[in-house]
Design a protein. Structure first.
Length: 252
């Protein structure tokens, strides 16, 4: 099987059209088999845009929640890596950025729970009150705000991972002061009774549809400066906050 796959990659249609077509058919079947094996092997992840990777051989590229991964079907390995071409171009980053740009069109900032002062650097944040890394991230944001480096969070909630998340998110969204309720729950508060309301229930459902549509499969997931940051990557966030910002006209 390996020989015709490599032959299809190396051949051009003008030089060997008949052989390339046959090899392409075999490659298509191999890719379908590999994709099936990927879904069967890693049932907890959602994959899309499955295709041959830039690396020659039976290694395939897929998108999991905006993160580009590679799959070797013969060994069953899932590879978290960056692939560079011979000119030093990060092909993984290019694929990830292209995927992210498609997803950004589905995000409506007006539908976010916005937390933080106007004029601060904006972060799109997919979060879960039951996620310990999300709570650690919130503690980090609060510490940075105390240092005079606040952010403006556009928050969307992921409630498909932990069973208790939806009820806590609805409580936040039904509270008279949503920002205060958000900070309290992420700091570990345990209200005697969680609030419910039709508007909050509808927003939980709307966020669930959005996160499924754009493929968010883990929390926290951030979008900063039009780039995806998967997980609480403190060093990268420190760099983001320390980056010089343009001052708007008319600002002091």
């Amino acid at each position: 099987m390996l020989r015709p796959i490599l032959f299809a990659l190396l051949c051009t249609a003008s030089l060997c059209p008949l052989s390339a077509k046959a090899a392409s058919n075999e490659l298509g079947l191999a890719a379908r088999d590999a994709e099936t094996k990927l879904h069967q092997s890693f049932t907890n992840l959602h994959f899309e845009d499955f295709r041959p990777s830039p690396i020659k051989g039976p290694i395939y590229q897929a998108n999991a929640g905006g993160r580009i991964l590679y799959f070797a079907p013969e060994s069953g390995h899932l590879i978290f890596a960056a692939v560079y071409d011979k000119d030093g171009v990060n092909l993984t980053a290019l694929a990830q950025d292209a995927s992210l740009q498609k997803r950004l069109g589905a995000i409506d900032p007006a539908q976010a729970l916005t937390i933080g002062p106007a004029g601060a650097p904006t972060v799109i944040e997919f979060t879960d009150p039951e996620c310990p890394y999300c709570r650690a991230l919130e503690k980090f944001w609060n510490a940075k705000a105390a240092e005079g480096k606040p952010v403006r969070q556009q928050v969307y909630f992921v409630t498909s991972i932990h069973p208790g998340s939806a009820a806590k998110v609805e409580h936040i969204l039904c509270s008279p002061d949503k920002e205060k309720a958000f900070h309290a729950l992420y700091a570990g508060a345990a209200p005697d009774k969680l609030l419910t309301c039709p508007e909050g229930h509808a927003k939980v459902a709307a966020d669930a549809l959005l996160t499924a549509k754009i493929g968010v499969s883990g929390t926290p997931t951030l979008i900063i400066d039009n780039k995806l940051v998967a997980g609480f990557q403190q060093g990268e966030l420190e760099q983001f906050l320390d980056r010089p910002r343009k001052v708007a006209a008319g600002s002091p």
